[in-house]
Design a protein around this ligand. Structure first.
Ligand SMILES: NC(=O)c1ccc[n+]([C@@H]2O[C@H](COP(=O)([O-])OP(=O)(O)OC[C@H]3O[C@@H](n4cnc5c(N)ncnc54)[C@H](OP(=O)(O)O)[C@@H]3O)[C@@H](O)[C@H]2O)c1
Length: 394
């Protein structure tokens, strides 16, 4: 029986709040805090259990520390934006509270994400006797746990991993992003990168593509991107030779993104507009549909998983470990599309692992460093069943 504070009342925050509310024996008290309290209140109004709400600017560390000391939760679930990660980690340390997030820190003024900033908190969390769990969404998150499961149960040696993320959903808009537009467009328009025999190899943005045949979705073209879990998995999966990340995009999405990039609308530096400073990508976010509003319009399936190749009992083996999620079913359950759902459920499950003592430790952890089995059992029980498919080798 534990109290949690959830920070962030966007698409993912809504799902996390619903899912925590479904497990009252673990999450006995839930406080939802975000910059705009009315968004917290709108989520709380969808849920039968009482959810307390609060207005908080997570970038104000003294105010957030005072708030956490007053509330004294066992855990903070951070589903605000990656820019807030370090501030929330600082406040958790000052208030003596455990920490969980779904996306690694990214500075506002550099479109680059790396774990180095959060891994630098290792000693501070260890010395304070507190635990921080990084990247407990789907990718990163479940994908890391799929790899840990492959290492523990399915392979003696893992040689290559390809993480595949397909969204075959349709929201009917000419252009919209399924999670925060700023974070999404910064990620997709950046250079690609993958890890091969100990070296990082850079590619031009969305310049490499490959066709994959996704179970229940069918063949789709996916593009090589850099994604944060590559950094920790390259370190933590023993004997790994190569790891890459692929995501599907429609031609329509890429056409819009390239046009916006070409005219400077993805810029992250302020420009002068009629005497006012405007950051183009922040203005674009104001114009685009709010991802939290896509739920009632989105139809179709997502398929996210890990294609793992290596050796088992001296023989080559290749498997695809994956989940398929249905946008409309997510909406029926928690008023959300599947992208927020597939992020919010693992955030709740990661929190449940920490609060029930199945995942405990002092310091900063990536998901693959913890036992995959109790997490995967709970994941299936709470809405994201997963499967292992044997694939032809080679
Ligand atoms: N691992 C994964 O699989 C995965 C997948 C998708 C998303 N994510 C991550 O999930 C997180 C949430 O995504 P989302 O789509 O829900 O984004 P979103 O809809 O934009 O919601 C973000 C929320 O954070 C709040 N917020 C922003 N700055 C804040 C601050 N300084 N203090 C307090 N609250 C603040 C926003 O408040 P306002 O409403 O006032 O702006 C908003 O409610 C992001 O970090 C994203 O990268 C992870």
């Amino acid at each position: 029986m534990s109290k949690v504070v959830i920070i962030g009342a966007g698409g993912v925050g809504g799902v996390v709040t619903h899912k925590c509310a479904q497990v009252p024996d673990v999450f006995s008290e839930i406080v939802l805090a975000s910059r705009t309290q009315s968004k917290c209140d709108a989520i709380a109004a969808q849920i039968k259990r009482p959810i307390r709400t609060a207005a908080i600017d997570a970038d104000n560390v003294p105010a957030l520390t005072a708030f956490l000391k007053k509330e004294a939760p066992a855990l903070v679930i951070n589903v605000a934006l990656p820019y807030q990660d370090l501030h929330i980690m600082d406040a958790c340390l000052a208030a003596g509270v455990d920490y969980l997030d779904t996306a690694n820190y990214e500075p506002l003024d550099v479109a680059k994400f790396e774990y180095k900033w959060q891994w630098a908190y290792q000693d501070r969390f260890k010395n304070a006797g507190r635990m921080a769990l990084l990247g407990s969404g789907f990718d990163p998150g479940v994908t890391n746990v799929f790899c840990a499961y492959a290492q523990k149960k399915l392979f003696d040696e893992i040689h290559t991993i390809d993480i595949l993320d397909a969204n075959a959903g349709d929201h009917g808009y000419a252009f919209a992003t399924n999670f925060n537009p700023e974070i999404n467009l910064r990620e997709v328009s950046a250079k690609g990168r993958y890890w091969d025999h100990g070296e990082w190899i850079e590619t031009e943005p969305v310049s490499w593509s490959r066709q994959f045949d996704f179970p229940e979705i069918g063949p789709k073209k996916a593009y090589l991107l850099y994604h944060e879990e590559l950094e920790s998995l390259a370190q933590n999966i023993k004997g790994l030779k190569r790891i890459r990340f692929w995501m599907t995009f429609s031609d329509n999405y890429l056409m819009h993104m390239r046009a916006l990039q070409n005219v400077g609308m993805l810029g992250i530096e302020a420009v002068n507009h009629k005497g006012q400073k405007i950051v183009p990508i922040e203005f674009l976010k104001t114009l685009l549909p709010d991802p939290a509003s896509l739920g009632p319009r989105t139809k179709g399936l997502t398929n996210i998983g890990c294609l793992v190749e290596g050796l088992k009992d001296g023989k080559p083996r290749k498997v695809y470990i994956y989940n398929v999620c249905n946008h409309e079913e997510c909406f029926r359950e928690v008023f959300s599309q599947a992208i927020s759902y597939t992020t919010g459920v693992p955030a709740m499950v990661g929190a449940k692992m920490m609060l029930t003592g199945k995942w405990r430790g002092k310091g900063v952890f990536n998901m693959e460093q913890l036992d995959p089995e109790p997490f995967l059992e709970a994941l299936a029980k709470h809405g994201l069943p997963w499967q292992v498919k044997e694939m032809p080798v080679g």
